[in-house]
Design a protein around this ligand. Structure first.
Ligand code: NDP
Ligand code: ZN
Length: 177
């Protein structure tokens, strides 16, 4: 019953992210992002694996809400929880350290976690192309593209559709690959 499992994730994620907004000036509800990441995986990457799609819907719950790994294990099983854990930064570290570690660790992630990471980056870069978050300089936006390219460069050979879409975006920004 794939539908039931996916709706359960969407519901769980919506409750966990309910008070959060994206950084765009319109303050889009945060839940648009995990749903959009799962949608990129089904529509653009051709992914139908339930665990991966569940993890996509839940991918920011540990990092950005009070959700624990144990809670995810209990609600959605070991495999889904493990993928979410793999794509979650350690919030005890500084932002700069976390960004450095994403580049260092990306190549060691499981194929499932790599797919979620690629779709997550693609969604965020499209968001930044759509509108600049409040308080962000053009330089900061460009720095984000350069950093994202460094992460994506560590995750090559996983999904050609996602890679090509990301590469077009990097080229448009004149980011070296
Ligand atoms: P943040 O990590 O604070 O913000 C980017 C993250 O916000 C994304 O990865 C995404 O994460 C989430 N997000 C929410 N809404 C949006 C949106 N509309 N568009 C895109 N992403 C969105 O910012 P930085 O990546 O810039 O990280 C901070 C770093 O920036 C520090 O290392 C610091 O050194 C540097 N910095 C640079 C400045 C400059 O002017 N050059 C100024 C200040 C800091 P998710 O997928 O989890 O939602
Ligand atoms: Zn995300």
């Amino acid at each position: 019953m794939n539908c039931k499992e996916l709706i359960k994730c969407m519901h769980f994620s919506a409750i966990k992210h309910r008070s959060q907004r994206r950084k765009d000036p319109e303050k889009t509800p945060y839940i648009n992002h995990p749903i959009g990441v799962a949608y990129i995986l089904t529509e653009e990457a051709g992914i139908t694996d339930l665990n991966i799609l569940q993890a996509a819907l839940l991918h920011d719950t540990i990092e950005d809400t009070d959700t624990t790994l144990d809670e995810l294990k209990q609600e959605f099983g070991e495999e889904v929880a493990a993928i979410v854990a793999e794509v979650s930064d350690d919030k005890t570290l500084s932002k700069q350290e976390r960004k450095k570690l994403q580049i260092l660790h990306a190549s060691k992630a499981s194929p499932s976690a790599k797919l979620v990471k690629l779709a997550d980056k693609l969604y965020n870069l499209r968001d930044l192309n759509h509108v600049t978050p409040e308080g962000w300089s053009e330089e900061r936006v460009q720095e984000y593209f350069i950093w994202a390219a460094k992460v994506v460069n560590q995750i090559r050979g996983i999904n050609s559709a996602l890679e090509s879409s990301l590469d077009v975006i990097f080229k448009e920004r004149n980011v070296e690959l």
